[in-house]
Ligand binder design. Structure first.
Ligand code: ADP
Ligand code: MG
Length: 248
């Protein structure tokens, strides 16, 4: 599904040039759960932004389902991100003046879905995030964990093929962080491809595949044990959002 060839990205600042990524090759199949790991400054966020078409590489090529994304126009890229990608970030990035419902409805609006269908879907997603009694709260009226669950509901609004998460538990305590990881596990089990950026090897260990960056290069790329790492996360022990990705 995803093929990166010799990707480079550098930031020019006055006299210096920071090579944030260099010679990155990566191939990812649909349905994989990939952790991008490595120390601070190793290029994880830069790579995630490139993969999510929030940024463009300076060198190399990125093929998405065989299409060279360089050939896409700005509106085509916006449409791609809206319809096929979902994003969650460390800082939640919810719109502060909008309620939970309105935040989740927003990406559907961009996709041309409004009215009752959008409201019903937003309500169903928030219900599955256990936020049914917080539909009309604004972000500042919610805890960090609740805000991140709204952000996940929003990311799933248009049934993305790929979910990109950049340190999604970074602003949460461990219990709420764990809850978010359980949700990602469930979303992955529904067939969504996930990229999880984390500098924490314990969090990254939840993904089957770990791509470790160092100084902008892929240092290692390892697939975890074939044994199911989600043993304790079977649907009967899960968060009850089993049908969230495929729900219509
Ligand atoms: P990570 O997410 O692994 O901490 P980043 O991808 O954010 O790493 O950054 C990789 C490198 O690129 C770092 O050296 C960082 O300082 C630099 N960098 C990132 N974004 C910018 C930017 N907008 N301008 C200049 N340098 C940047
Ligand atoms: Mg980062």
């Amino acid at each position: 599904m995803i093929q990166l060839q010799q990707i480079g990205r550098f930031y020019r600042q006055k006299q210096t040039c920071i090579q944030a990524l260099q010679e990155v090759d990566l191939q990812v199949e649909a349905g994989e759960y990939v952790a991008l790991t490595g120390p601070s400054g190793s290029g994880k966020s830069t790579l995630l932004h490139l993969l999510g078409c929030l940024d463009r590489p300076d060198q190399g090529r990125y093929f998405l389902n065989g299409q060279d994304v360089r050939e896409l126009t700005v509106p085509e890229l916006a449409k791609l991100r809206n319809r096929r990608f979902g994003f969650i970030f460390q800082g939640f990035h919810l719109l502060p003046r909008l309620t939970a419902m309105e935040n989740v409805i927003m990406p559907m609006r961009f996709a041309g879905i409004g009215g009752r269908p959008a409201e019903d879907r937003a309500q169903a997603l928030l219900q599955r995030m256990k936020l049914q009694d917080r539909l009309h709260h604004r972000p500042h009226e919610l805890s960090g964990g609740q805000q991140q669950r709204v952000a996940i509901a929003r990311a799933l609004a248009n049934r993305p093929e790929i979910l990109f998460a950049d340190e999604p538990t970074g602003n949460l305590d461990s219990a709420h962080g764990h809850e978010i990881l359980l949700l990602l596990d469930e979303i992955h089990r529904q067939g969504t491809t996930i990229f999880l950026v984390s500098h924490d090897p314990n969090l990254a260990a939840r993904a089957r595949r770990q791509v470790r960056l160092l100084d902008g290069r892929v240092e290692s790329d390892e697939k975890g044990p074939v044994a199911d790492p989600h043993e304790s996360l079977r649907p009967d022990h899960g968060t009850g959002i089993q049908d969230v990705a495929g729900e219509s």
